[in-house]
Design a protein around this ligand. Structure first.
Ligand code: IPM
Ligand code: MN
Length: 365
């Protein structure tokens, strides 16, 4: 068995964390006995610098020819003043649209060893395990008309029936494999597009009577995630609301440096850490590679149906944290402060350890 993985390291710490994830992917391939074929392409600011375009047709074509795409991060202060469609961020949006990646899965899971590095109280956090399911190719990010002149600026928040139906179906299916609860988040008390969203979600729900559905306004949800995050299982929401809520969700888990994501469509899939390119620490070895490594775990799970491999990676991350390894963003007293590379070494070592324990039937966390 062989899979083609396109690597888009991008800008800033995107390079370091992609390297880390690739080292783990190679370890997995060796242990589970399959081939990974890597191809690296430019995206974002580095692509603009070379080709005056943040996403070239060549990069896009490589993605179309792939079994999965892995992205590091894009952007940086250097490219901030570029025209809108030339910015590194525009590349990411174009890529999501071109590959039809309408489902964005962002899990908010608490690692026990990190419970003290969150700004929230331990009692509030313990047992938190939910997923933000964000619609990724529609809504105000892509609606027309859009623009601004000297007097006004405008965007359009729009959803078609088909767009809401397919993401709602994904949410109910995902919930079926979890605690069977979907919270659909909108702003139906103010926005027509949200009332429409809500109506369609309830229509789709008729096919999933075993899953509980409730509606929540987005402002209330932001508050509830901080007040009592345990109440959530699957949060289903639109593009803009999901962007905001997933950052809040990231912070309750301790650091955005821990949060992985998967973006999935009917043909293609892309995996990326939720964090950005952090140009201030790029190249210093301070970046936390765990979100990228955890995104690789999602790749094995969703693109290659290798749930076992994904589980061993996740267990390796947990054990590495339990042994006290910390990058600067999650450091606390009494722990071992390590670089991106040393953290990756530790994850790989623990991966191998767990893999062998499992083979011998003696695995415990
Ligand atoms: C994210 C990012 C992107 C978004 C930006 C970089 C375009 O914030 O993936 O959450 O807004 O979707
Ligand atoms: Mn975001």
């Amino acid at each position: 068995m062989s899979y083609k993985v396109v690597l888009l390291p991008g800008d800033g710490i995107g390079l370091e964390v992609t390297n880390a994830a690739v080292r783990v992917m190679k370890t997995v391939a060796e242990s589970f006995n399959f081939e990974l074929e890597f191809k690296t392409e430019l995206i974002g600011g580095c692509s603009y610098d070379k080709y005056q375009s943040p996403l070239t047709d060549e990069t896009l074509q490589s993605c179309y020819d792939s079994d999965a795409v892995f992205l590091g991060a894009v952007g940086g202060t250097k490219w901030e003043s570029l025209q809108h469609n030339l910015k590194p961020e525009a590349a990411l949006l174009k890529l999501r649209k071109a590959l039809g990646l309408y489902t964005n899965i962002r899990p908010a899971k608490i690692y026990n060893a990190l419970i003290d590095s969150s700004t929230l109280k331990k009692e509030v956090l313990q047992g938190t395990d939910f997923v933000v399911l964000r619609e990724l190719t529609g809504g105000i990010y892509f609606g027309n008309p859009r623009g601004f002149d000297n007097e006004r600026g405008w965007n359009t928040m729009e959803y078609s029936k088909e767009e809401v139906e397919r993401i709602a179906r994904m949410a109910f299916k995902l919930a079926r494999g979890r605690r069977k609860k979907v919270t659909s988040v909108d702003k139906a008390n103010v926005l027509e597009v949200s009332q429409f969203w809500r109506n369609i979600v309830h229509e789709v729900h008729k096919d999933f009577p075993d899953v509980e559905l409730n509606d929540m306004y987005v402002d209330n949800t932001a508050m509830q995630i901080v007040r009592n995050p345990k109440q959530f299982d699957v949060i289903l929401t639109s593009n803009l609301f999901g962007d905001i809520l997933s950052d809040i969700a990231g912070m309750i888990t301790g650091s955005l440096g821990m949060l992985p994501s998967a973006s999935i469509g009917s043909k293609y899939s892309l995996y990326e850490p939720v964090h950005g390119s952090a140009p201030d620490i790029a190249g210093t070895g301070k970046a936390n590679p765990l979100a990228a490594i955890s995104s690789a775990a999602m790749m094995f799970n969703y693109s290659f149906q290798m749930q076992k491999a994904a589980e061993v990676i996740e267990s390796a991350i947990e054990r590495t944290l339990a042994k006290g390894f910390r990058t600067a963003d999650i450091f606390s007293d009494g722990c071992k402060l390590v670089s991106t590379e040393k953290m990756t070494d530790a994850v790989i070592e623990n991966f191998n350890e767990i893999f062998h324990e499992q083979a011998l039937g003696v695995f415990t966390l």
